[in-house]
Design a protein around this ligand. Structure first.
Ligand SMILES: Nc1nc2c(ncn2[C@@H]2O[C@H](COP(=O)(O)OP(=O)(O)OP(=O)(O)O)[C@@H](O)[C@H]2O)c(=O)[nH]1
Ligand SMILES: [Mg+2]
Length: 449
């Protein structure tokens, strides 16, 4: 997800931070590179241009260059602007009256999968979702939704096989509904936006009058996804976007141009084929992921989903206090293993970018994690609590004990230090900074979406 763009940007900023003093010329050179990186990521030309201009204004306008940490301040400006570009505040799904969510989009964009994923998400939040199969075009579509519904134990309203009238099905579905349920309507796609599709959907929309009309678009199609969104919006007035297949999209152009061009928020993102691979879209957290600052909040939330609550709260407190030892790292590694989807999870850990790349390249995540667990398992309790104790001879002992090598141990410790360093930085940001980074979710009683 955004790896290509992320790598480039991180490289550019590393360069910039390398200068003790930064001149206007340095900034301009860096921004030229950023602009290229954005265009390569398939970001809309005008969007990229305006984005760069805003950053330049801020970087040169305030007393940034004369400060003691100009590089860091520019990264901060960049982070803020990137968050805004991605949509600013997260746009939560409207679940109000009449509790109807219409899902639309082109063929193969991920409508049916996303409808089911969304139902699962709502169910986990204690709601009562109900799926309605309104794709009467593709013969297997109803069956597909029914199967997914069974898998997540959510009711699915399915029409007779011979039924060809979408509106009639919608009507019976509404008569059939349980009070208090949230209905999610999966519709037929087309190869391209044509009059017949729009007419069918427009009628359906008038009939259902849903509070949310969500367009599903495939992130991998880049700027095309944005123009599809523009055209759907003109015809149907969509309320938000579900951007799918971000897991396979290294560039990120669709995500970055969408809000600026369509004015519509990305509400949810699809990050994999599995039924749990759908997340609410939080611009600031994604900006953090792109810039390699990690997304600890999502990680902790995901941990809370799969782990027991106590463990998640314990970790959250550790993050909050900024003290994080090797026992915590081991606990996290165990979590990661349990949560599966390792490499996507690792992408959310601060300072772990390089390791993630090795893992992606070798596709040996399980093995690496197990080895790291073995290393930590071969340490004494006091070593785990206080990694500073780990001198050369202790490292040799641990290598022998865990069947690994000293460089393996050094790598693990480096990873630990990077993470601990990031925790400290977050702590320095203070309560206000943490809120800005969405870490409010970690605070007792804090706002989890
Ligand atoms: N990797 C990945 N695959 C996805 C994601 N979302 C959907 N897919 C896959 O995309 C393919 C098409 O998904 P569907 O949900 O059937 O798409 P659709 O829009 O309902 O397609 P039609 O009903 O034919 O118009 C399936 O193989 C899904 O598993 C995602 O976020 N990541
Ligand atoms: Mg479908």
């Amino acid at each position: 997800m955004f790896s290509q763009l992320g790598d480039k940007l991180q490289e550019i900023f590393k360069d910039l931070r390398g200068h003790g003093k930064i001149s206007e010329a340095n900034v301009d050179a860096a921004l030229r590179q950023v602009r290229l990186a954005l265009l390569e990521a398939d970001v809309d030309f005008e969007v990229a241009k305006k984005f760069i201009a805003r950053i330049r204004d801020k970087a040169l306008g305030e007393a940034v260059l004369r400060s003691i940490t100009p590089g860091q301040q520019i990264v901060k400006i960049f982070y803020d602007e990137l968050s805004i570009l991605l949509g600013g505040d997260a746009a939560p799904l409207n679940l109000g009256e009449p509790h109807r969510i219409l899902i639309v989009g082109l063929n193969g964009s991920g409508k049916t999968t996303s409808a089911a994923k969304l139902a699962r998400l709502l169910k986990k939040q204690g709601r009562s979702p109900n799926l309605v199969a309104l794709d009467l075009q593709r013969p297997a579509a109803i069956e597909q939704l029914a199967t997914l519904g069974k898998q997540i134990d959510v009711p699915v309203f399915t029409p007779e096989a011979s039924e060809k009238n979408v509106q009639r099905v919608a009507e019976s579905a509404l008569q059939d509904r349980q009070s208090g349920s949230i209905d999610i309507f999966d519709t037929a796609g087309r190869q391209e936006i044509d009059v017949a599709l729009i007419e069918e959907l427009a009628q359906l929309k008038r009939f259902l009058n849903p509070q949310e009309t969500l367009l599903v678009v495939d992130a991998a199609t880049g700027q095309q996804a944005v123009s599809v969104a523009t055209r759907f919006d003109e015809a149907l007035e969509i309320t938000g976007i579900i951007l799918t297949k971000l897991d396979g999209d290294a560039r990120g152009g669709a995500a970055l141009s969408m809000r600026a061009i369509t004015g519509k928020p990305i509400v949810l993102i699809g990050t994999g084929e599995k039924i749990d691979a759908l997340e609410p879209f939080h611009p600031e957290r994604i900006a953090g992921r792109i810039l390699g600052m990690g997304d600890v909040v999502t990680l902790v939330e995901r941990a809370a989903e799969t782990a027991d609550q106590d463990e998640a709260e314990r970790l959250a407190r550790k993050f909050e206090k900024g003290n994080f030892d090797l026992d915590d790292l081991a606990a996290q590694l165990r979590q990661l293993r349990r949560m599966g989807g390792m490499s996507s999870m690792l992408g959310m850990l601060p300072g772990i970018g390089k390791i993630k790349k090795q893992i992606d390249a070798a596709n040996i995540d399980e093995a690496i994690i197990k080895r790291q667990e073995a290393i930590i398992g071969s340490m004494t309790r006091s070593e785990r609590k206080n990694p500073k104790l780990l001198n050369a001879s202790r490292r040799r002992r641990i290598a022998t004990g865990s069947g690994t090598s000293v460089p393996d141990i050094n790598r693990l410790l480096k990873q630990y230090q990077d993470m601990a360093g990031m925790m400290k930085k977050m702590k320095k940001l203070g309560q206000k900074g943490l809120m800005r980074h969405g870490l409010s979710a970690l605070m007792p009683g804090g706002g989890r979406h």
